[in-house]
Write a protein that binds this ligand. Structure first.
Ligand SMILES: [Zn+2]
Length: 508
């Protein structure tokens, strides 16, 4: 069926076609780096990581731009409160966000522009808007004339004349709905020079300038949290469209061809927010669960749904994730590793490689049944079908619930043949399970190796030497030496077992 995405602007799921075949440009509104990241920030960023991985899996090249808002009222207030500079605070919190994203397995953006590095682009954009009659200077600031853009309100589905003022009356502002493109400098605050006096950029303007610079005036997908639809994205769209084409293009053109918004993360039914005092910092969440479990949990609800964050739900996700992880580790242990599993499955044609796709999707995002594997236990389900179900779900506006059901179906089938005697079937199931998990950024073997796993090949080599020495000792009937080698290894936490197939070892 090909990828379909829900577009906020058109309020429906529609087929995704990139402007340039094979290449997708995505702009995601990044954090305002005023304080450490909470779980809601990570939840908002994750669907775009998922989208990117799926697009790449489907053969696209993706340019993902995620900005950093490093100048803002709250940054100035917090820096003042902490007795530090805005530059130091912004640098520290940018690093904290980068760390949180990396810890949770979010791939770094292709381009990560900072607002303060794009002041000349912003000044050029404001000039273009003034020249087109869409903006005016007043009171040392520059304002966007909302009433001059007939398309205003089309993204958030509001009538311009019914909208409430964006702020109380401010000096130089002609219409209460108008918003600031450039804010006049206030004493003691950072500022830049401009043709309209010293000041700093408005928040909405930053994103228009940076998206335009790196993706052009029209690009494929613009994303962010649901709370950004209005006013932030409405204003970005107004600025970009008007600056690009004047009135005619402005009223019919678009900044992004698809607008993707992520549902809120709530605690106690209220949006998780620093200012409301109900936020759970990523660092604190990771005291309770491993990063891959938090990732699994935040991904497991559809990206457009509201997700209530509770310890109970997190615990259920941990149990579900453990089931998948345990299967993959057990299966690879039995088969002797991923290379062996790939070779075995290729033998009987059960490998899903090649990406069988095109199975019709069933239902919408609402018809999800996480872990509902019972129905998949019927005879005849193959790894190829599991992959086709997974692909159809991902193509249907990233219906992760159904994608997870395909994974649990494969895990259920794999667990039924979890022995050396069924190694080919087992290989087929573990390979497809890992391929599906890889798209979600959750493959336990490759993306989340257990601690010390990178040392495993070296350890294997050293252990082989030790086991060979022990075999040689036994061959010459020096049992005292053979026992000594074994007990010295045991003291080092390396347990050797004698089995009908020879010596095996594992960590204590
Ligand atoms: Zn933005």
């Amino acid at each position: 069926m090909g990828l379909h995405l829900y577009d906020t602007r058109r309020r429906r799921v529609r087929p995704f076609e990139p402007l340039r075949p094979g290449h997708v440009g995505v702009y995601v509104c990044g954090p305002t780096v005023q304080s450490p990241p909470h779980v809601g920030h990570v939840r908002t960023a994750l669907p775009f990581d998922l989208l990117r991985r799926w697009l790449v899996q489907s053969g696209h090249e993706v340019t993902l731009v995620q900005n950093v808002t490093d100048i803002d009222d709250k940054i100035i207030i917090n820096a003042d409160r902490d007795g530090t500079s805005v530059w130091e605070l912004a640098t520290r919190q940018t690093r904290a966000f980068d760390d949180a994203y990396r810890t949770i397995g979010i791939l770094p953006p292709t381009i990560q522009p900072r607002a303060t590095g794009h002041i000349p682009e912003m000044i050029a954009l404001i000039s273009a808007l003034i020249d087109g009659g869409y903006a005016y200077a007043g009171g040392g600031s520059v304002w966007f004339r909302v009433g001059f853009f007939a398309g205003y309100g089309a993204l958030s589905h509001q009538r311009p004349d019914a909208m409430l003022p964006s702020a109380e009356s401010e000096p130089g502002k002609a219409d209460p709905r108008d918003f600031a493109l450039w804010k006049a400098a206030r004493p003691g605050e950072p500022f830049w020079s401009s043709p309209w006096g010293d000041g700093r950029p408005g928040w909405h303007l930053e994103c228009s300038a940076m998206a335009g610079k790196y993706l052009g005036p029209v690009f494929d997908i613009h994303g962010g949290g649901l709370d950004l639809v209005f006013p932030h994205h409405e204003n970005e769209r107004a600025q970009t469209v008007c600056a690009a084409g004047g009135a005619a293009a402005g009223e019919t053109g678009e900044m992004a061809r698809y607008w993707m918004h992520v549902g809120l993360l709530t605690t106690g039914g209220t949006k998780m927010s620093k200012s409301l005092g109900n936020s759970v910092l990523v660092a604190d969440a990771l005291d309770a669960v491993r990063p891959q479990v938090l990732r699994y949990h935040l991904l497991s609800a559809h990206y457009r749904s509201t997700l209530e964050y509770t310890p109970e739900a997190l615990g259920e996700s941990a149990a579900a994730h453990d089931r998948v992880e345990t299967f993959v580790r057990n299966a690879l242990d039995i088969l002797g590793g991923p290379g062996e599993a790939a070779a075995l499955a290729a033998d009987d044609g059960a490998s899903p490689a090649g990406g069988a796709r095109g199975r019709a999707a069933r239902g919408g995002p609402g018809s999800e049944a996480v872990g509902g594997a019972a129905a998949d236990a019927e005879a005849g389900l193959t790894p190829q079908q599991a992959w086709a179900d997974f692909a159809a779900a991902m193509d249907d506006d990233l219906a992760v619930g159904r994608a997870l059901a395909a994974i649990f179906g494969a895990v259920g089938q794999g667990n039924q043949v979890l022995s050396k005697a069924h190694s080919r079937k087992l290989a087929g199931w573990v390979n497809v399970t890992r391929r599906m998990l890889g798209v979600l950024g959750l493959d336990p073997h490759e993306q989340w190796p257990s601690a010390g796993a990178e040392l495993r090949p070296a350890l294997d080599g050293v252990m082989q030497i030790a086991l060979d020495l022990r075999s040689a000792a036994r061959a010459r009937r020096d049992y005292a030496e053979a026992d000594s080698i074994r007990s010295r290894l045991a003291a080092a936490g390396l347990i050797v077992e004698d089995t009908p197939e020879g010596q095996r070892w594992h960590l204590a």
